[in-house]
Design a protein around this ligand. Structure first.
Ligand SMILES: [Ca+2]
Ligand SMILES: [Ca+2]
Length: 210
């Protein structure tokens, strides 16, 4: 009788399908499944099990933990370490509770966004090279509504690409940073005419945080 109430450990494999056939992220999750008689609730969201495994004892995901998890997920498409700078900016822009780390809700939000970015990455990688080239980035920026000169687009591509190519993690970094800085600008552009006034200190805070 007692043994029937003890925790059972079950191993599950969950597949997260990323559209356009780029890849499946297979995550092997060890879930502690408590008998429903003890918990009085349904089994947890599979993403929770993955989160708990990545986060470890403190229940929060640090930059290093996120980098290890995203590297292991293979989401870049080729074996490469996922960019630490991208992990840092993801934690920074999603850190709603200012903990400096990623909690479960923030992780869920990131997971959804990451899948959307993966979908858009596949859509704009028109030659299916697995990386974004300059003209593909131009299409992406226009599609996302950024009204930028060829010079500004060139600066962005140069900053976030390597040898003329932009892999997935740098694509995410580029779009997240551009979005964040644009949001800061728009909040100060009261008449929405493309001009804003910044105090020097404010400008430094906005641009140096990422
Ligand atoms: Ca947080
Ligand atoms: Ca390409």
């Amino acid at each position: 009788m007692f043994s029937s109430l003890t925790n059972k450990v079950q191993q599950h494999t969950y597949s997260y399908r990323i559209p356009r056939g780029s890849m499946n992220i297979k995550v092997v999750i060890i879930l502690l499944v408590l008998p429903s008689i003890c918990l009085g609730q349904n089994a947890p969201d599979p993403l929770y099990g993955y989160f708990a495994e990545v986060a470890g004892q403190d229940g929060q995901i640090s930059v290093n933990e996120l980098q290890r998890a995203l590297t292991a997920s293979g989401i870049i498409g080729s074996y490469r370490v996922f960019s630490r700078a991208t992990c840092a900016i993801l934690i920074s822009v999603l850190d709603r509770d200012y903990s400096g780390k990623m909690g479960l809700n923030e992780f869920q939000e990131m997971w959804t966004a990451l899948n959307q970015w993966k979908e858009s990455f596949a859509r704009f990688d028109s030659d299916r090279s697995g990386e974004i080239e300059a003209h593909e980035l131009q299409s992406a920026l226009s599609a996302f509504g950024y009204d930028l000169s060829p010079q500004a687009q060139g600066v962005i591509f140069k900053r976030f690409s390597e040898d003329g190519n932009m892999p997935f993690d740098d694509y995410v970094f580029c779009l997240v940073k551009l979005r964040a800085i644009t949001d800061h600008f728009r909040r100060r552009d009261a008449s929405q005419n493309g001009y804003a006034t910044f105090k020097y200190d404010d400008f430094i805070q906005v641009t140096m945080i990422y």
